[in-house]
Each structure stands twice: as structure tokens, then as C-alpha cells.
Design a protein around this ligand. Structure first.
Ligand code: SF4
Length: 491
């Protein structure tokens, strides 16, 4: 049985524990007490300690300021929604600037609903996971056209009515913007909860995730749910970090089973060192055979890892390896500055709607000569005239890691003279200056490609740093350089 957020909201502060116990009793495999928060007094203390720490130490972030001061409920919900979507898979430090520019450009849902996808992609360029921006804009249009511009007010409705809003985002918007007492579970919360309750089973498995949601709903503070959820996430982001958590500074260490276990082991080790007779510490797992939340028997607690024994995840699938040939087509613009041809990607799939240099996915293990031929053939379509494979200059390789793809771009360059007619029947394409390129909706990977291209060009045009010995010119001991054009330079 899953407790609905609205049911939880109607309960007095401690009734949810009794209800959860009832729910657990009805479930086929009730989790052992060690993995639960079943003591109401402890829950109250944890809420108090965590909120007091948050009030003292929270980071000053633009979306927090907006959520705390914006009187218009729809705008408040929108402001939190934008921040939550941007923060998915992206660091706070990176998001701040994007967030400020976004809110300046589209301060309301109505403003965003009127934006074009091109504008959204341009502002999103560099933030990654581009479908997020597109879905945000689609959902804003839906709120304006189908919900009369009014944001849904509960987590259930937000998740049901807004495309791209999942359980976590819905809970975050509802608790932070509308004060709904509903928990949230994101990567930071998973880490903190797994450590607090020594959960060592695969934290990405549905069974564990369900338990963590139950736990988050039990823990969330009834009078300050938004602050509590942000505090839990803030703790995971700044104190209970993945590799070297700052347990000494942690406001909830007294409630942390993983920390207690480490402390007991340390105490036991030091007593043993001084030859004292002490009872064997209670460092066993929860005592329930085949517990679905304890670490698997094949990977027991490792003392050298301390609290970072938790959380654990099943090994990730290795990323797909891809190789793509891409060509920087270059020409002299009317003022002599270089211009580049960029083409638009399809409107669905990876990097949907973004612009890139003409590119062609390659089969693995293709010979270089064959790669060139295929790319030349592909380019002919854009240029409407034959392209000689030999004319393509190899500029280097650029590696870019997407979440699930290890992509290698094999970068070529081709300089064009005269006018090139682009076939309008193909995907949209245009010539851009370097400045226009950077202002366009291009991915970080394409920016890296242009950078590699420019670096190679600079290398080619800089003087060759070769010291030549010219015995017949009698320069004595003075070193002589060539600039690569047959001119010798005395240094
Ligand atoms: Fe995380 Fe350490 Fe705090 Fe436990 S005591 S919650 S492991 S920082």
C-alpha cells in the first residue's frame, strides 16, 4: 500500500507512523525496524535538528529567494518548476546563471508559452539534456491553453497533468511552492536515507526506491515541508556527499545508523589496542535473514569504506560507443571573416532541434579512407556538387560523453570558394559567423568541435619551431627559424 500525499496531509503529526506500521504489516515483507523511522520522538528530533541546520547554513539561491517572496502562487510554482528541471543532472553552480537568464527572459508561464523552441534551445545551449527545455515549454503551453494558466496545486495533479513532470519534480513543486506535506526522493535524498538507515541493497531497484519514498513521506515536516525537503537535499549536496562525507559536521549524525556503526567499530578497535576486554560490537546486519534492504551476502559491509558503504547500486550498463564524422564547412564571409555551415537536427531524439556541423554516424572499425568517402558522399547532398574525399582535411578527434553514449567526433574541414547553394528540401541549414555560432542552439559537443578546428588552424598558421642549420649562410651560433613559407627568421 502506498500512502497518498493528501492522506498524509490530513493526519496529525505522529499518526503517519502508526499508519506506516499498519501499511508495513499488510505488505508481504515488512522491513526490519533498523531500516525504518518508527520512533515518533526520533522523527521529531531529526526534523528539528535538520531544519535548524538548514536555517543556519542553507545556500542563498535565486529560486529559493523567489519561492520565499513571490506572492503569486502560479509564478511561485513556475519558478520552482524551472529550477527543478534545470537541476536534474546538473550542478547548482552551473544552473544559477541559466536560471537567472531564463527567468529574466520568461518571467511567467505565459511568457514561456509564447517563446519559440528555437529560443528555448538557444538559452538552454550548454546545459545538456536538451529535451528538458523543450518539455518545459510544451508543458507551459499546456498550462496556458488547457488549465487557464493556473498551475496544479498538488503533487498528484502536477504529475498527472504536466508532461515531463515526474514524481520527484511534482513533490518538490507541491511542497516548496504550495506547502503540501509530501516527501521527495532524488539522488541526494537516496544517499542520505540509505546511510541513515543502513540500506545496502541496490538503491536503484524499485523495491528500495519504494521504501525510500515511504520513508521520505514519513519524515517530511508537516509545518515546513518545502524547507524540510530542501534541507534533506542540501545535506546530501553539501555534507553527506558521495565520497568524503563530513560526518563530524552533520546535524543528524545521532540518527544515522551508518555513522553509529563506524563509531562502534572505532571504539572497539581502540579498546582492543589497549588490551581491554570488551564485548564484540554489534556490527551485524539487521538480524533478519535475507533482508531485502541489507547489503547482499556476497558484498558485506567493508570497514575500510565506513559510511560510504551506502548507498549501493547495481553496476551500470557501459555507455554505447559511437563514432561520428563531422565536417566544419568554411567559407570567407563578406567582411573576410570565416563563416561556417550548420544544419538542424531532427525534432526528436538525441539533441533534438539543435544545430550542428554536417555529421554522419559511422560504423565501428571503418578504415580512415572509407570514413572520408562516406562523409564526402554525405556532404554532396548539402552542397549540391561533388566533394572529393581527398579534399577533406582531418583536424583531429573530439570525445564527448553523453549520459549513455561515449561519442567520438572525427573532425574534418573543408574550405569552400564561391557560392554554395543549399538544397532547401534538406534539413534547415545556414551560414553563421563564429559569434553567431556561439549564440545559436548548438550543443557543447559542437562547441568542442569548433574549438578543435580552430586550434588546428592556429597550429598550421603559426611559425614552425624548427631550428635549421644553414652551414653555407654563416649565421654562426645564432639560431635560425623558418616560418614555414620559406622565410628564415633570426631570433
Ligand atoms: Fe551522512 Fe555522515 Fe550525516 Fe550519516 S552522519 S547522514 S553518513 S553525513
Amino acid at each position: 500500500m502506498r500512502l497518498s500525499s493528501s492522506a498524509l496531509r490530513r493526519l496529525p503529526p505522529c499518526a503517519d507512523h502508526a499508519l506506516l506500521a499498519g501499511a508495513a504489516a499488510a505488505a508481504p515483507a515488512p522491513p526490519p525496524a533498523r531500516h525504518l523511522f518508527s520512533d515518533p520522538a526520533e522523527v521529531e528530533a531529526l526534523r528539528r535538528n535538520l531544519l535548524a541546520w538548514y536555517d543556519r547554513c542553507k545556500r542563498d539561491l535565486p529560486w529559493r529567494a523567489l519561492a520565499a517572496t513571490e506572492p503569486d502562487a502560479d509564478r511561485r510554482g513556475y519558478a520552482v518548476w524551472v529550477s527543478e528541471i534545470m537541476l536534474q543532472q546538473t550542478q547548482v553552480a552551473t544552473v544559477i546563471d541559466y536560471y537567472n537568464r531564463w527567468m529574466q527572459k520568461w518571467p511567467t508561464l505565459h511568457a514561456l508559452a509564447q517563446a519559440s523552441l528555437e529560443e528555448v534551445n538557444e538559452l538552454w545551449a550548454g546545459l545538456g539534456y536538451y529535451s528538458r527545455g523543450k518539455r518545459l515549454q510544451e508543458a507551459a503551453r499546456k498550462v496556458v491553453s488547457e488549465l487557464a494558466g493556473r498551475m496544479p496545486r498538488t503533487a498528484e495533479d502536477l504529475q498527472k497533468l504536466l508532461p515531463g513532470v515526474g514524481r520527484y519534480t511534482a513533490g518538490a513543486i507541491a511542497s516548496i511552492s504550495y506547502g503540501q506535506a509530501t516527501g521527495v526522493v532524488d539522488g541526494n535524498v537516496i544517499r542520505v536515507l540509505c546511510r541513515l538507515r543502513c540500506i545496502g541493497a541496490d538503491s536503484s531497484s524499485p523495491a528500495v526506491i519504494d521504501r525510500l519514498w515511504d520513508m521520505a513521506n514519513v519524515l517530511v515536516d508537516r509545518s515546513r515541508p518545502g524547507d524540510f525537503n530542501q534541507a534533506l537535499m542540501e545535506l546530501g549536496a553539501t555534507v553527506c556527499v558521495p565520497k568524503a562525507p563530513l560526518c563530524g559536521e552533520c546535524p543528524v549524525k545521532q540518527h544515522c545508523q551508518a555513522w553509529r556503526r563506524v563509531e562502534r567499530e572505532l571504539a572497539f578497535a581502540s579498546q582492543k589496542l589497549f588490551g581491554k576486554k570488551t564485548p564484540v560490537p554489534d556490527v551485524e546486519d539487521c538480524g533478519v535473514g535475507d533482508c531485502p534492504l541489507c547489503p547482499p551476502a556476497t558484498e558485506p559491509w567493508d570497514s575500510s569504506l565506513g559510511v560510504t558503504n551506502f548507498p549501493r547500486k547495481a553496476a551500470k550498463k557501459p555507455p554505447r560507443v559511437m563514432r561520428t564524422a563531422t565536417c566544419v564547412l568554411e567559407r570567407r564571409g563578406c567582411h573576410g571573416a570565416p563563416e561556417y555551415l550548420i544544419v538542424q537536427r531532427p525534432s526528436s531524439g538525441l539533441l533534438a532541434g539543435l544545430w550542428e556541423f554536417p555529421s554522419l554516424p559511422l560504423a565501428q572499425d571503418l578504415q580512415e579512407e572509407k570514413e572520408r568517402e562516406e562523409l564526402a558522399h554525405h556532404l554532396q547532398a548539402w552542397m549540391g556538387r561533388p566533394v572529393a574525399a581527398k579534399g577533406l582535411q582531418f583536424m583531429g578527434e573530439v570525445i564527448h560523453i553523453f549520459s549513455h553514449i561515449h561519442q567520438t567526433y572525427v573532425v574534418y574541414s573543408l574550405h569552400l570558394d564561391g557560392d554554395v547553394t543549399l538544397d532547401p528540401a534538406l534539413s534547415p541549414s545556414r551560414w553563421v559567423t563564429e559569434e553567431e555560432f556561439h549564440a545559436s542552439a548548438v550543443s557543447t559537443a559542437m562547441k568542442k568541435v569548433l574549438k578543435a578546428h580552430e586550434k588546428q588552424r592556429r597550429k598550421e598558421s603559426s611559425p614552425v619551431k624548427t631550428i635549421l642549420v644553414l652551414p653555407d649562410l654563416n649565421f654562426g651560433d645564432i639560431p635560425t627559424l623558418s616560418d614555414g613559407n620559406g622565410h628564415f627568421i633570426l631570433t
